[in-house]
Design a protein around this ligand. Structure first.
Ligand code: UT7
Length: 311
């Protein structure tokens, strides 16, 4: 059975930074409230999914040393495609010079992990190289008059190149879940803005993260003791702390980037992952637990063995 492994990675954030203090000039809020209730200090705004994805994708390809024509499939996890159609993936496919199939995948904030699991199945099915991007531009769909939501979200993109490898599997266990009965607690209608029951999302998110994480670890045959680093969806530091505590893990084994990105939906896990790699927190052979949740409510987790090629 062929296996995929991550051979290149990169992120992109739009230039414009919006601080909590600047937000306090737009809605009735304070830097103190936002930091205490969410852990967020600033976020990047003004992003465009196809532009951010192209930048992140280009850098990931360069890092992997893979030519555009050698990519067999582009998967773009996003909930904020530039247009209703074409899929942003098709626009990015052209701007990167790829000569392969391309599609958007919408599992909202769980999208990157859904995409990772999906990409690995394509590799096992015979493809050689998949480019996976998670990108969202939530600043374009928040209600800038709703202090309960506009302080939370930001824009960004993260990309990974996944290549067929003869080595051992790197995706050791995974879980994908959706509970559509709770779709009404977090949604955005066509042409509308994000609507959220924050407390309900909070409660359900903690349980969904714990469940997905436990199932993926069970399927991988590992325990929390084996996990070197958890890479959670970056929504709210309090949600992450509560889920990590329920799993019996310490916060110092958790990747965190939301203080400077806010919640970037499908981009949040690759942003946190690449930040941890750049900070030297991920070593060859480490087991990483990626775990996310999002509107739907979707949840997703994956245990991966970090096995990039030697450089
Ligand atoms: O990817 C998934 C995306 N969504 C999430 O992850 C959201 C999950 N939920 C949360 O993160 C939290 O519920 C929030 C951060 C949204 C809110 O925190 P909370 O501790 O649940 O606050 P709350 O909704 O209970 O509101 C407490 C108070 C309210 O005032 P009153 O009724 O007590 O007078 C709110 O009106 O805080 C007020 N409030 C604010 N005050 C200052 C709500 N937003 C703000 C704000 N600044 N930005």
């Amino acid at each position: 059975m062929p296996h995929g492994r991550i051979t290149g990675w990169a992120t992109h954030l739009p230039e414009k930074v919006l601080t909590n203090d600047e937000l306090a000039g737009i809605v009735d809020t304070t830097d103190e409230w936002i930091r205490e209730r969410t852990g967020i200090s600033s976020r990047h705004v003004g992003g465009i999914v196809t532009t951010m994805s192209t930048e992140a994708g280009k850098s990931a390809l360069a890092m992997a040393g893979v030519a555009p024509e050698d990519i067999d499939l582009l998967l773009l996890a996003t909930t904020t495609s530039d247009q209703r159609f074409p899929a942003s993936a098709s626009v990015v496919q052209h701007s990167l010079g790829l000569t392969c199939g391309a599609m958007d995948l919408n599992a909202v904030c769980s999208g990157f992990v859904y995409g990772l699991v999906t990409a690995m199945q394509y590799i096992e099915g015979g493809l050689d190289r998949v480019l996976l991007i998670g990108a969202d531009a939530l600043s374009g769909i928040v209600d800038w008059e709703d202090r309960g939501t506009c302080v939370l979200f930001g824009d960004g993109a993260g990309a990974v190149v996944i290549e067929r490898s003869a080595d051992e599997p790197t995706l050791l266990g995974w879980d994908l879940m959706s509970d559509g009965s709770t779709a009404g607690i977090l949604y955005c209608d066509h042409g509308g803005n994000i609507v959220m029951n924050g407390q309900e999302v909070f409660r359900k998110a903690v349980l969904a993260m714990e469940s997905a994480a436990r199932k993926s670890m069970d399927r991988a045959g590992v325990t929390t003791d084996d996990i070197a680093l958890v890479i959670p969806h970056q929504a709210n530091v309090r949600i992450i702390e509560a889920a990590i505590k329920r799993l019996g893990l310490p916060m110092d084994r958790t990747a965190m980037v939301l203080h400077r990105t806010g919640n970037t939906s499908a981009a949040s896990i690759p942003l946190a992952m690449v930040d941890a790699i750049d900070a030297g927190r991920v070593q060859h052979g480490d087991l990483l637990l990626l775990v996310g949740f999002g509107a739907g409510m979707t949840s997703a987790a994956a245990v991966i063995r970090w096995d990039p090629p030697a450089r």
